[in-house]
Design a protein around this ligand. Sequence first.
Ligand SMILES: [Mn+2]
Length: 364
Amino acid sequence: MAEVTFIHTADLHLREPGEEPLQLLRWLLDKCVEHNAALLVAGDFFDSEEEAARLREKVKDIFSQVPDIPKFVIPGNHDTGAFREGIDYGPEFYALNSPPFSLGYHEDVVIAGFPFVTNSSLRAQLDEYRAPGKPLIAMAHGTYFGRGQAAFFEDVRERGEEYFPIYSCDLEDIGADYVALGHYHSQHASFVHGEMVICYPGTPVALAGRETGIRTVVALTVDTETGEVDIERLPVPVGVCNIRENIQVFAAEEEEALTRLEQLLQDRQDGRVSLTVRLNGTIHMLERELNDRLAEFREEYADRFAKLIVRNETVSYRSLVDERPLVRDFMARLAAIEDLDEETRARALELGLRAFEKVKGHAR
Ligand SMILES: [Mn+2]
């Protein structure tokens, strides 16, 4: 059994200033050495062509330190012109940058790179395409449109960038074993379509708050006899990651929610994590009292995170609960219902309290 390994990432958006981008690049290449893998960058290696010009010498130096590692890169919408012929990024660097597609080779695996083209689509670049043989990896930088896959489209729309649509039928025509995509930033997403493994690795370092969760790159192995692909996510030890959590609060059980908050702060404490916690639901406690308690947590935990935000988005129903026995009875009954998940219970209480408030002043 012969296996060939690659490390797949995309959307590094390298830019000056700072050491972080170069640290990321060094780490990536170290991983390639460790896994005896070739590097695949599925677009937007640089944040812009200007940044590419600024960073070129430094990137070339880092690449040249691992002259034996093959590096396959396609341009994305941010760095379309950064890999024009003649630009030297050192040995074993392959820019698959000639539209409609360019081929690269590593051991027995063929890499078909579809460079980003403005106002185009993957379909438009398949006219002259004939499957170049197997096993095959396809690389493209664009937006996958598929049933139940609205997240990719939403992410690109939020950033207001071009789509470069990719449909599953286009990928079927390409017939790859692995499809290395880029352009979707938010998080890692991989799925199987027919015989293909399709993967967006997400940005390796969070560039914006909407990119949540731990950042990873993908190590994939291709079995050159069967075409079978295995993927593994490698956590990136550089940069900050954004974690968002919600805590549901149930009126008169605030202490329980605060215990969960404390547990969360302990579990998540990490100098590289930017944590946002939202408290939703209903409270009986005075709002000021809850805010004071949250301020204490912030004070205690703030320096254990890259950034810590704790938001009180609860609604107080103190007087309603205190003045109306019927409301307390309703709450007790709701609390007594077994096998009701916490979010549903909190939501039911919220709706119930809102309704009680509306009829306030009417017959008791
Ligand atoms: Mn992009």
